[in-house]
Design a protein around this ligand. Structure first.
Ligand code: TXA
Ligand code: MG
Length: 360
């Protein structure tokens, strides 16, 4: 299948632009010196003001927190790449408050894309469509397509309604790390690199949006995420092509194999039978074990984290990134995770666990 790729010279040009913009003093005064920790606020109007001035605001969405800037302001977009340490070949998602407003930045959606948008927006679905020229090349990393999404979180929607431009927002984590699902997660990792953190509480879904592109008109899943593939298949009435692997040149889904590192070697298990093979001072991430979310086995010196003691995939999705962060914070020797059932949100959860398990 032919995939659209940015050429090396496109990427070099874009990298140069990022360096130029990031090195320049801010065009407009930022609300506080950038090295101070960003304030955490619930003031949506204040967030809108910072964004209008070209600043960066971490925003809540129902999937994960995003690191938002004015998508039409190249200097703001360059600051997003710099704050995240994100390679310039990895394009950003445009966010808007309605399908009508976001389709102004794409060519007319195909019937399948229009159907998905009508049923799934606002919600955890991102569509990759051909872009209009007004979308800066920095946002789309030189591709002719752009990823677009209408988030459901009420705070994100109210913020977008106050603005007369779309927001470019990748997940608000340094490149290669786990996406944040609380305002505090953002503060911990990017607090000194951004202007403001808008707190909308813990993210309800907890996994990034499902991404669907249309190479040669064929609806294709680029990233498994917060909207189960089965739901999309039911809507469209046929099985979907899946192409989520892009390790050498992640033009598109940017799904580098190793992308969710918990900072410790992670084994993947089908069940708990191998637990005795783990050395002391290791962690086990399980699912549906029936006890509490966390328990320490003092005899074996093992910590057990249960993504959902009752076996709910929704709860497991919500908990996954917090648990990976907790594991990363400790000094474990090893960690192991039991794969969850491969259906519904379980497919996206297992995808993230597999990426977390890839060693450098
Ligand atoms: O749930 C989400 O999607 C969150 C919230 C903040 O909206 N955003 C998010 O953004 O996860 P990010 O940048 O972490 O992941 C976006 C993915 C990247 O893997 C990128 O490669 C892919 O979308 N993407 C962006 N533009 C694309 C394009 N034109 N074609 C294919 N993939 C694209
Ligand atoms: Mg991300």
């Amino acid at each position: 299948m032919q995939r659209q790729v940015a050429t090396r010279s496109d990427c070099t040009k874009i990298s140069q632009k990022i360096r130029t913009f990031a090195a320049r003093p801010p065009l407009l005064a930022t609300p506080h010196p950038i090295a101070l920790p960003a304030p955490i606020t619930t003031d949506i109007a204040a967030a809108a003001e910072v964004l209008r001035a070209g600043g960066l605001v971490a925003i809540p969405t129902e999937t994960v927190y995003g690191l938002a800037g004015n998508a039409l302001n190249e200097a703001a977009v360059a600051k997003i790449f710099a704050a995240k340490n994100r390679p310039s070949f990895d394009p950003l998602i445009l966010h808007q408050s309605s399908a009508e407003r976001i389709f102004a930045f794409t060519t007319a959606p195909s019937p399948a894309a229009a159907q998905l948008a009508a049923h799934c927006w606002p919600g955890p679905l991102t569509l990759v469509l051909n872009k209009q020229a007004v979308v800066p090349d920095l946002v789309s990393a030189g591709l002719e397509t752009v990823a677009v999404r209408v988030p459901q979180h009420p705070v994100a929607r109210q913020l977008l309604e106050l603005l007369d431009f779309p927001l470019a927002a990748p997940s608000a984590n340094p490149f290669g790390y786990v996406s944040p699902t609380t305002a505090q997660h953002v503060a911990d990792q990017l607090g000194d690199r951004i202007d403001l953190i808008l707190d909308g509480g813990p993210c309800q879904i907890g996994l990034e949006s499902t991404i669907v592109g249309f190479p040669e008109g064929v609806p294709t899943v680029y990233r498994k995420g917060g909207l189960p593939v089965e739901s999309l298949e039911q809507l469209l009435g046929h099985p979907l092509a899946i192409n989520t692997h892009s390790s050498s040149h992640p033009t598109a889904p940017g799904m580098l194999s190793r992308h969710y590192s918990p900072g410790v070697p992670l084994d993947l298990w089908a069940d708990l039978k191998q637990v005795d093979e783990l050395p002391p001072d290791s962690a086990v991430i399980g699912f549906g074990m029936g006890g509490t979310h966390y328990r320490r086995d003092e005899n074996r010196h093992l910590d057990f984290y249960d993504l959902s003691p009752t076996g709910s995939l929704e709860e497991a999705a919500q908990q996954l990134f917090s648990v990976l962060r907790q594991v990363a914070k400790q000094d474990y020797l090893r960690a192991a995770a039991v794969l969850v059932p491969e259906r519904g949100l379980g497919r996206a959860i297992n995808d993230r666990l597999r990426r977390a398990a890839v060693e450098e």
